[in-house]
Ligand binder design. Structure first.
Ligand code: ZN
Length: 602
């Protein structure tokens, strides 16, 4: 029989991802903060779908009065303090959006001068920071098309992440600066307006040429192809420089297998380098300011240790360079680089470097969709960077992400919690986004260590990286790895922790000298570790698995009958007389009220 393919019939597809190859040439006028650009984009449609439209992101357009970013900023109760002026007091604030007062010569923009698909002009509509292109001819599954664009850009006054003349005087922080193709995957287009949260992108190879006034030093994504024609600390000192004549230098970078390209430039950068594990070149760029020198001279040694820590605990860093660059605001992770503010104490400088560098593994190489699953990026990054700091700075903390537990418990008690499935831009409050993505996301891992055992958690992280690097994993992908590594069913954990706002609260009491009663007061069920101290001074550890785990973690404790979530209480009898009992002595379970986790005889 001949089977006719039914068009439009849903079918479960195997994993695929789109591919982009960018070739861009940029001519920067540093005095006007404006640039002209050309972009050739070869787009491979590896999806099973015929595409009739594509979306670009024009993120500099967000920095204009009346943009969605501006309006959101004017209406959210707790705006990012970096993005507003406060004309009131701390208690009675009167915020003014810094975007709302930008003058035409201070705004950001990306203006499309021309756009062609395979040599023919193509129609497009711009919706602020998103551009929809209606194609002349559809892109068939398994085929490529070439877009050629001419564009002009203006670098906005620095408001958030990118921009000119940041608070520490760095001239150009060039993130979100080029028209960028949006990601298309099995969920369709991810054409999200830029409101200030983070990103999702398409992997590919970038070839970027930047012409800029010759006194500027550039740091950023990729590998410089012409160091002898540029100098600025990139050159081989054993070979002679071949600097061209003229006002500008031409910098040629190539970056394979990245989903973004970022750079920063300043005429006063000090550029230092050191080689890290596996020959990875570590670059540092900071303003030539005596106040910064001491800390930034000590940073490279710590960055080598940070790289080695993540290589060991997640997996090998796959690129040949990483650049720590003073620029932007706070700290933000990009391909092979980070932009961080640099006027910090040494531990803060190392801390921000550890955090942003950790993002290279989670945001860059794994690259979950941060718009939808910000907790998998910020949370996992916070978890591993707090452990890294504990090691490289010898902090001696028993729970390196303890502050995450404190923040999370406060959020639960505030009643403002929203599930982690909330789109990162769409939390009602910025503060709730922050505690959710960073703290609750970090606890997802440390508490998983409580559920499946620390050794299984460590193996899960490494297996996850090995199996899903360069694949945009989803929450379920991670959870499946943890299930396979531990032999424990975990759908319940993913569901409770990320798709609901249910929380954990257990209480324990002694009903007589040989009997313990546990009660589940919170709406989220967990397995229970219990330590009992007897009146004779001896102690005994018990472990009560949650029934729906259908398994137990490796433990030296006495394993008791499992406890189903449907039962609100559990009774346990001991032979010896009880002095004291404690639920979860590790404190890795995020019980929001630990006061009722211990009981003693009166
Ligand atoms: Zn982060």
């Amino acid at each position: 029989m001949f089977l006719i393919g039914l068009s439009g019939q849903a079918q479960k597809s195997r994993y695929w991802q789109q591919h982009v190859d960018y070739t861009m040439e940029i001519d920067m006028d540093a005095s006007k903060f404006q640039f002209d650009g050309t972009q050739k984009l070869v787009y491979s449609n590896n999806s099973p779908d015929e595409l009739n439209e594509v979306f670009y992101l024009l993120q500099f357009n967000a920095f204009q009065p009346g943009s969605e970013m501006d309006i959101r900023l004017q209406n959210v109760i707790d705006p990012d303090s970096r993005m507003v002026n406060n004309h009131g007091t701390l208690i009675q604030p009167d915020y003014e959006s810094r975007i709302s007062i930008l003058k035409p010569e201070e705004i950001g923009y990306q203006k499309i001068i021309s756009l062609r698909q395979d040599g023919k002009n193509v129609k497009y509509e711009i919706y602020g920071s998103v551009m929809k292109v209606s194609l002349n001819k559809p892109i068939k599954p398994g085929s490529k098309t070439t877009f050629e664009m001419e564009f002009k850009g203006q670098v906005p006054v620095q408001i958030r992440r990118a921009g000119r003349n940041n608070s520490e005087g760095v001239a150009l922080s060039m993130a979100q600066w080029y028209p960028k193709l949006a990601e298309y995957d099995e969920e369709g287009w991810h054409a999200n307006a830029y409101l200030s949260r983070e990103f999702h992108g398409v992997w590919g190879d970038f070839d970027v040429t930047i012409k800029i006034d010759r006194e500027y030093t550039i740091g950023g994504t990729g590998y410089l192809q012409n160091p002898q024609e540029v100098g600025h600390g990139y050159e081989n000192p054993n070979k002679s420089l071949k600097l061209p004549k003229g006002d500008k230098l031409t910098w040629h970078f190539k970056a394979p297998d990245v989903h973004d390209f970022t750079w920063a430039a300043d005429p006063d950068y000090v550029h230092t380098q050191v080689t890290g594990e596996n020959g990875v070149q570590l670059h540092f760029f900071y303003k030539n300011d005596p106040e910064l020198k001491e800390n930034w001279e000590k940073l490279p040694g710590k960055t080598q240790e940070i790289l080695a820590y993540f290589n060991k605990h997640i997996g090998p860093y796959p690129y040949k360079q990483y650049s720590v660059i003073q620029g932007g605001d706070g700290g933000m992770e990009y391909a092979m680089c980070t932009l961080i503010t640099g006027k910090r104490t040494f531990s803060s400088l190392v801390g921000v470097t550890a955090h942003e560098f950790a993002h290279s593994w989670f945001q860059f190489v794994l690259a979950t969709n941060e718009t939808k699953h910000s907790w998998m990026d910020e949370g996992f990054t916070s978890y591993i960077s707090s452990h890294c700091m504990n090691s490289v700075m010898e902090e001696g903390k028993s729970i390196p992400n303890k502050h995450s537990y404190t923040n999370y418990a406060k959020l639960v008690k505030s009643g403002l919690q929203e599930p982690l499935t909330t789109f990162s831009d769409r939390y009602e409050l910025n503060g709730v986004y922050g505690t959710s993505a960073y703290s609750k996301g970090s606890i997802f891992l440390s508490q998983l260590g409580y559920v499946i055992g620390r050794a299984n958690l460590d193996r899960t992280l490494k297996t996850y990286y090995e199996q899903f690097k360069f694949k945009h994993p989803t929450p379920n992908d991670f959870t499946r790895v943890a299930e396979k590594v531990s032999g424990i069913q975990l759908e319940w954990y993913l569901n409770y922790w990320t798709r609901t706002i249910k929380f954990i609260d257990y209480s324990v009491s002694l009903t007589d000298k040989n009997s313990i009663k546990l009660e589940r007061l919170g709406s989220m069920a967990m397995p229970i570790d219990l330590t009992v101290t007897y009146t004779d001074g001896s102690t005994e550890d018990f472990y009560i698995p949650l029934t729906m785990m259908y398994g137990t973690k490796p433990t030296g404790a006495k394993i008791l009958e499992s406890w189903s979530w449907v039962a609100p209480s559990y009774t346990l009898n001991t032979e010896k007389e009880i002095q004291r009992v404690q639920v979860d002595p590790s404190e890795l379970m995020a019980d929001i009220d630990p006061r009722n986790n211990t009981a003693s005889i009166k």
